[in-house]
Design a protein around this ligand. Structure first.
Ligand code: FAD
Length: 483
């Protein structure tokens, strides 16, 4: 081997914790040079998106899985903590690497870190290469006829569909060349990503298998049993008809292109409407990144400035009742407790609880965004912010403010027998289905038979829905009109 052939390449893993369909890894492997895979635990605010506590749990297990997969390919994962420029600078000095490869990330903090790094490293004579793969398409790629960003989903979807299939997934390399000597790695345990006392993530591992193999299995199971009927059943939280791939996608254990291509050809045995609808949901993720890319303050500022004057309530007690699933509205409480127990919440219920916080309690959507960011295993800077603004009515393509979800009728429509509520609000488990979403209207004898004492074993509603609805509408109508 000549000198340059033995000079290592640093492969920086970020939101792409996988070997398959990893363009940066594939390109590094093709060079035939030794590869030094590294994961950097960056300061929270400096890139890689926000790291909430639930996602930190996921990250711990995802890094272990990635390390194992790399070992099988003859390599390993080096762990380092600190600002990326300092960590990479040190690694380059230790290993004499002259190339750094990574897959692009699209959160504003990550873009800022990466752009500065690329400029600095290139100036000092290093070769820096970045690749696509976190999204179906680059967020800057699709443009309206006038050349600007899309603000409305449906035309975005049409443009995405018309722009051709995402690139075919690249197979995982089977062998990765190792350097003559490995740089030191920190021990994952010292990063303290897992909760200890109390271990609130105890139940997470009964639901999730972080890592690339777990993601692949989840996709296969969903295609085998969940995708059929997706369009009609995806709104029913007690039914297993959504993929639950979002946490795997959030940390890039599977690429969206892999998911997209896995659904190709399925219309021969499944209804086209199910396959298309699933792809459309996947495209919402791209749309959220498209919005974030063009409006980097999506998680902090109202897209629609009219909402800047909204009279949000400062109500820490009510916020805490919402966070703990103690609102007295069973579908809201079930959702918030599913979130606490499993780090996940069904999409329909996310919309209901978000509407409840924003419109029934009139608490700023940013409080909800923050709570979700900390408690969701799929916390994503684009999808979370875009979805909260969608529910608030302040977003680019948003539900109109007057669409205020009624937590009782939503529960009765989408959790008809109350199975979802029973699973997460055990104190109501024995209540008759007719009252499971409105226990406060149940006859005393029925409550007694079900062992429910309102105000004791289960809370009375913290607000009256109708009165709260009227208050929110009045506040909205009093907002200054757009010119
Ligand atoms: P499926 O129905 O199987 O959909 C497949 C994939 O498409 C998902 O894994 C996800 O990547 C994508 N997707 C589906 N719906 C949406 C959507 N509305 N917006 C963006 N992408 C979507 N999703 C996150 O990934 N991270 C978040 O932090 C997040 N926060 C949310 C906050 C609120 C208030 C709301 C209403 C929605 C939020 N979502 C978020 C979107 C959505 O709820 C989840 O993506 C979905 O529930 C994940 O479940 P699934 O994988 O079973 O979805």
């Amino acid at each position: 081997m000549t000198n340059s052939e033995s000079t290592p390449i640093i492969l920086w893993f970020r939101k792409d914790l996988r070997l398959e369909d990893n363009a940066a890894l594939a390109c590094a492997a093709e060079c035939g040079r030794p590869i030094i895979p590294v994961y950097i635990l960056e300061p929270r605010e400096a890139g890689n998106g926000p790291l909430g506590a639930a996602q930190a749990w996921w990250l711990h297990h995802a890094l272990q899985a990635l390390h194992r997969a790399l070992e099988q390919a003859g390599s390993r994962l080096i762990l380092r903590r600190g600002p990326a420029d300092a960590v990479l600078g040190a690694l380059i000095a230790e290993t004499a690497a002259d190339r750094v490869f990574w897959n692009r990330r699209y959160d504003p903090a990550g873009i800022a870190v990466d752009s500065a790094l690329k400029e600095e490293m290139t100036r000092s004579g290093l070769t820096v290469r970045s690749f696509a793969g976190q999204l179906l398409h680059e967020p800057s790629r699709l443009k309206t006829g006038a050349g600007g960003p899309y603000r409305v989903y449906t035309p975005f979807w049409r443009a995405l569909e018309a722009s051709g299939e995402p690139a075919e997934p690249i197979p995982a390399p089977t062998r990765l060349a190792a350097p003559d000597s490995w740089p030191a790695s920190e021990r994952l345990e010292t990063w303290r990503l897992l909760p200890t006392k109390p271990d609130w993530a105890e139940a997470f591992s009964t639901v999730w298998t972080p890592g690339e193999a777990g993601a692949r299995q989840r996709l296969e199971d969903f295609i085998d049993t969940g995708l059929s009927g997706y369009k009609a059943r995806r709104d029913y939280p007690a039914l297993p008809h959504t993929s639950m791939l979002s946490p795997h996608l959030a940390l890039g254990e599977i690429s969206p292109a892999t998911v997209w291509h896995a659904t190709r050809g399925l219309t021969e045995r499944l209804a086209a409407e199910d396959v298309i609808h699933f792809r459309k949901e996947l495209a919402w993720r791209d749309f959220s990144y498209h919005l974030l890319y063009h409006f980097p303050e999506l998680d902090t500022k109202n897209w629609n400035e009219r909402f800047d004057a909204f009279p949000w309530q400062d109500a820490p007690d009510l916020l805490e009742r919402w966070q703990r699933g103690q609102t007295g509205y069973p579908i809201v409480d079930a959702g918030m407790r599913q979130l606490w127990r499993t780090g996940f919440m069904h999409n329909r219920v996310r919309m209901i609880v978000a509407s409840f916080l924003i419109k029934n309690l009139m608490i700023d959507w940013r409080e909800g965004e923050r709570w979700f960011r900390d408690t969701l295993v799929d916390a994503d800077p684009a999808s979370n912010a875009a979805s909260w603004q969608w529910v608030a009515g302040s977003g680019a393509d948003a539900a109109p403010f007057f669409r205020i979800f009624n937590p009782i009728s939503q529960g009765e429509k989408f959790d008809v027998n109350g199975d979802y509520v029973r699973a997460f609000v055990p104190e109501l488990a024995k209540l008759d289905a007719a009252f499971i979403h409105r226990p406060f209207e149940a006859p005393p004898a029925l409550l007694a038979a079900a062992g429910v004492k309102l105000g004791e074993t289960y809370p009375l509603p913290i607000v009256d829905h109708k009165a709260a609805r009227n208050r929110a509408m009045a506040a909205y109508q009093a907002l200054p009109r757009p010119d």
